[in-house]
Every structure is written in C-alpha cells, then in structure tokens.
Design a protein around this ligand. Sequence first.
Ligand SMILES: [Zn+2]
Length: 560
Amino acid sequence: MSRISYHFHCILQAKLNFFISICILFLLISSCAKAQIAPSQYSREDILKGSITPEREWWDAIHYDLTIQVKPELKFITGVNNVSYKVLKPYQIIQIDLQEPMKLLAAVQDGKELSFRNEGAAYFIKLDKKQKKGKLNELVLKFEGSPVEGKRLPWDGGWTWQEDANGKTFAANANQGIGSSVWWPNKDIPYDEVDGLDFHITVPKGLVAVGNGKLVDSSSTEETTTYNWTVKNPINSYGISADIADYAHFSDSYTGEKGTLDLNFYVLKENLEKAKEQFKQVPQMLEAFEHWFGPYPFYEDGYKLVEVPYLGMEHQSNVTYGNGYSNGYLGRDLSGSGWGLKFDYIIIHESGHEWFANNITNKDVADMWVHESFTTYSENLFVDYYYGKEASSDYVIGMRGSIRNDRPIIGTYGVDQEGSGDMYFKGANILHTLRQLIEDDEKWREILRCLNTEFYHQTVTTSQVENFISKKSNIDLSQFWEQYLRTTMIPKLEYVIDGSTLKFRYTDIVEDFDMPVQVNVNQTTEWIYPTAEWKTQSFDASISDFEIDRDFYIESKEIK
Ligand SMILES: [Zn+2]
C-alpha cells in the first residue's frame, strides 16, 4: 500500500511500476543474502539439504526414469533411477540425495561405474566424463534398502506398510518435509523440477501399484506385476509417490476448460461403494477450482484420487486420500462455522494443491505459504462457489481461532526451514483480506487465474508472487506482505468515537503500513485510511453504530 493513496493508483501506475522493480531487486538481493548466510543454529546437514550447493547448481534435472521393485513382506525396495540432466556450467562432482538406511549401490555414467563419497544423505559422485555446457547427460543410480517407516504420516514421512480387511498389503509413502530422498535417489530440493517422469513399479502378483500420471501398461511374470506410469509435465520430487494395494479401480471423465480430463480412482475393495458416493465431490471440486484458478494444470497426466493408509497428500496427478469417506477433516469442521462439514477436506484441500504446490511450486520451502495459504484459501473459494460469499467469509473467519502468531509465515532460506504453521489459517485470512482491498471479485479471480498462467509449471520465490499480485492489482502491497508474511504482528486499529467524528490510527505495524479498512458507520459502509499517525474523519451524523468489517484480519481497540 505504501504512501500512495489507494484510490489514485491508476494515475501513479508508471511510478509504481518503477517502485515495484526496485522492490523486486531489493527482495532478490535480500533473499539471496539470507540464502547464503544461514544462521548458526542450522547444521551442515540442513545446508546440504536446503541450499543450492555448488554440486547442485551446475546441472538442471530434466527427466527421471525410476524403476522400483517393492517387496512388502520384507518392507524392502530395490531400484534404479536413470537421471537425465543438462549441464549448465562445467563441473565434475554431482550431488544426489538418498537418506539412510537406503543405500546407493552404484552410480554409472556411459557404462562406467563412478566413485562417490557421502555426507549424511548427500552423495557426492565424481564424474569421469568431462561435463560440457549445454550437453544432455545421463546418470544411472542403483539403490536398495528398507526405507524409514512413517509413524504418523503424512506429518513425519516415509513408507507405511499396512493390511486391508482381507490381510492383503496396503502400502504407501508420503515424504513432504523429510524429502523424497527418504526412499529414492534424486535431486531432492524443490527449485529444480524434472520435465517429466517414467515410473515403473513391480509388486507381488495380485497387488496394484499406482504411480503418478497415466498408466501406460502393465505386465506380469508368475510372481510379480509391473505397472508402468508416465508423467508428461514438470513434477516436484516430493509429489512423486507409489501406492500399493489390492485396489478396486473405477474411472470417469470431466469436461473442463482444456477438454476432457481422465479421472481414475483406486480404493480398497471394501470401500468401493462409499468411494463412488464420496468421490462425486471430485467433479464439483474441478468445476469450482477451474472457475477460480483456471484449467486443471495437468490434463495430459489425468487426475487420480487414491486411497492410502494415512490422511492424504497432494501427490501430483495422484492425490492420496485417507479421510474415512466423510466430510470435514476426519469428520471435524476446522472452521467451526458449519461450512467445513459441507465438503470432504482432503478431496478439496489436497486437490487445491494441484494449482498451488504442483503447478506453482516454491523454490525454497521457506516460501511454502505459496502452497498452503492459497490452498487453505481454496477451501473458501469452494465454499464461495457453492454456498456464496457470506458462507465463504464465515468459513475463513472461523479459522482465525487457530492462528498462533508464533513465528513469521516465511521461514529461513537455504536450510530447508518452513515458516510457521500459520501459513494455513492466517495465510487464508491474509488472502481474504486482500480480496477486500481489491474490492472487485472479477479482478481478484483474474489475478488468481493469471498467477496460474504466469507461473505455469514453474518454481517460484515469494517475491515473484508478491510483486505479481501488486502489479496486477495496481496496489503497492510491499508493506502488506512485509507485515503479514514476515512479522507476527497483527495490525491494531485504535479508535476514539467523539460525536460525529472518528479518530483512529494503527499500532503494531511495520513502517509505512497503511492498509485501508472498511468500517460500518451508522449502517453505512465507509473506507478509512489509517496510518501510524492519528487521523480524524467526520461523518454526517453522530456515530451511534460503529463496526470494523469482519473480513479484514486486524485487531482493534476502542479508546474511551
Ligand atoms: Zn496443504
């Protein structure tokens, strides 16, 4: 918002654009600086995991051809990952990540086995062949082991080995946070996504293995079946998952903004009837989200919803589901407003991530609000689409009780450090507040849709998203983002009512924070323009009725 008056933004657009460019430059410089100087409380391991090391920087991951054989009775995986990569600048050591107790057995280039050393999960492989700029090379990684078992998936990460009602294997993995290197070797950092994936999963005969993207084919031997899956779009490595069970399969299609989208559902046989009923929410979700965010970002890969033995995860084009076939979040309404029981939280939330997390992916997990704030907010927009604007406000405002303001929403760069869990409920409320400032729902929708085209299939920094929204809305939101994303302070509006005049100012704000707020004065809605300085605004009649619009996430205090 800065010092520029909110209502005269069009005139000042040229100046603003210049100012925004300066801001972009400044933010880039400051985030780079943060990325390089990691605070001392972070370990070498954190830096190896979360930073763009010299051994990562020089190459661009292009494609993974991942083959695994899963032996559920031994909780054991053997596999090969063929990594295709492009040389961005000459370098002879490549970093590949794989966490213990998984073991890298061999690294091979052009048929020649290479030497390597490992430091925790980071393997530094010495490449014999000269790595020439612009060349496309391949590296073959052979691995095996019993991956870490998740004890409380999806929160900790790893594999889980369960059984269905008939005693058959029901296994899956989720690795957000811990990283995909918990079970397979790859470039385990979000800024670099491969352009596509081929995924071959071999399991004991009688089981179905579901991967990302579309099923190409399957073939069986006497003892095993191999399922070949392919992903034709950029994919983040934490979004890659394998789900294994004696699944029942059913399918459908959805006619959306980009044509026909294949929908495939894999559920335990005992839950087939319940799933056919509950999963009717998938086309409803697609209709609402395509309206607000634009086309589903992975038409070529289809959409799948797959039952797993944990709550759920936004695996790309392979959304996993374990919400018990009931509405709400494990049957509860996180907003307390009642609206949260109108939909299945996992179907809506995890699918919302196809737009924010899988289409637009953070480069550094410190900026994970780009995933979780927009996706939590997507729940509102689903409510808005089917139940209207008031319901949507009730829903998001109902979430405020869970905001902690313990740490800033943005975390620490370069050390694999997410910000506060407030990126969910507070994040959604920030975006809801922003919708009020834009004061034009069509424009707001256009911004949300444009985000998904501007950053289509890309990894981004928060600055890119912040500046893009400032630019599209014609509002300098620098102080708005600074306040809400980088501090734990909630702006407090102090006010005094004196006859027909209102005196007001902000406290608990960053410098130059001047977000306008809507208030209801004697049943009429008015904008006021508070800053850190006391201001006075006069009204026609004595103020008998005063209320701050509940849609703004601020605090207030009447001084009498
Ligand atoms: Zn989420």
